[in-house]
Write a protein that binds this ligand. Structure first.
Ligand code: PSU
Ligand code: MN
Length: 306
């Protein structure tokens, strides 16, 4: 057993027996959603995973320990704690060595999940290339992590605040399969479709599982991105979202927001500017992605244990 990991007992048993487990991240609980929706959503995602027949493992760093599967008490305390640091690959060792508590991004969550043997992960939207990255060089560490870590991520594409065409280009350069789940287009997080076509598509959990098995049997070490649009009825109108994003980006520049704070600032701005509409969609797509990830994990565990 990996000494850096603290795997919840039921999660460890499920992994040992090849039963389906879905990793969930913790940055969105602390830096992606306001209270009290953050805890409500974290719990709703866990419940959706359970209902679909898999075991949820919310990943975070608690007092320097890499915890795979927060207990209910840990999750409640975590969601209520102020000033928890956002941890990506580059921050991991420092936070562990200082025995700090940290919220794991997509990058950090997937690398911890992979070490624990979890192959399926649900989030809202991956990080990507920020608009204006040709000047700021702000490209999320999520992208290179997906290129090196063998975990399938179920998401609604990349966050709409990003430069989506360039995000897709980098994923292609890195050799990461970006697969539509019931869609031919890259979703735009709050919006069902960005108009950017994808090269491949699956329509059922078993097809997603077969793609995962084939990819990793080839010896590829990268992850896979399954793009699941926001559930029908919860998607927002592109024009409206674009206008809110333009204001949010202006406000971020004016306020001198940089680095790790950019994404949390923009998400918060959008939730306020839209009168809560982006928040509502964000929550709906998170829970929906958790459900689909559980269905895929179940199908994958069925084919690899047969
Ligand atoms: N999905 C959401 N809300 C979020 C995130 C994803 O619905 O807040 C988080 C993820 O943890 C992702 C991070 O890794 O945003 C990206 O941050 P950055 O752009 O700083 O890399
Ligand atoms: Mn960044």
């Amino acid at each position: 057993m990996d000494k850096a990991l603290f795997i919840r007992e039921d999660v460890a048993a499920a992994l040992q027996e090849g039963r389906p487990v879905v990793a969930l991240e913790s940055t969105l609980i602390v830096h992606g959603l306001p209270r009290p929706q953050n805890l409500e959503t974290a719990r709703a995602m866990e419940a959706a995973v359970c209902e679909a027949g898999a075991l949820p493992a919310t990943i975070a760093i608690i007092e320097g320990r890499l915890v795979v599967g927060l207990s209910s008490e840990q999750l409640t305390a975590f969601a209520a704690t102020d000033a928890i640091v956002k941890v990506s690959r580059a921050d991991l060792a420092a936070v562990m060595a200082a025995h700090q508590t940290g919220a794991t991004t997509v990058a950090a969550t997937m690398l911890i999940a992979a070490r624990a043997g979890i192959r399926t992960f649900a989030t809202g939207g991956i990080g990507g290339v920020h608009r204006g990255a040709e000047l700021t060089f702000d490209i999320s560490a999520d992208l290179p992590e997906i290129a090196r870590t063998p975990v399938a991520i179920v998401c609604a594409g990349a966050k709409a605040i990003l430069d989506l065409p360039r995000t897709l280009e980098i994923l292609e350069t890195l050799g990461v399969p970006v697969v539509g789940y019931g869609t031919n287009y890259f979703p735009a997080f709050y919006v069902e479709d960005s108009g950017l076509p994808l090269q491949s598509r699956v329509d059922a959990p078993a097809d997603a599982a077969r793609l995962m098995q084939t990819h990793w049997e080839m010896g590829f070490t990268s992850g896979i991105v399954f793009c699941n649009p926001p559930p029908s009825g919860s998607g927002l109108r592109k024009q409206e979202v674009d206008a809110w994003i333009a204001h949010a980006l202006q406000a971020a520049t004016a306020a001198g927001i940089r680095g790790k704070s950019v994404t949390p600032y923009l998400l918060d701005y959008l939730a306020k500017a839209s009168g809560g509409q982006t928040l509502e969609t964000n929550v709906a797509l998170l829970v929906n992605n958790a459900r689909v990830a559980a269905q895929i994990a179940k199908a994958y565990s069925a084919i690899v244990t047969e």
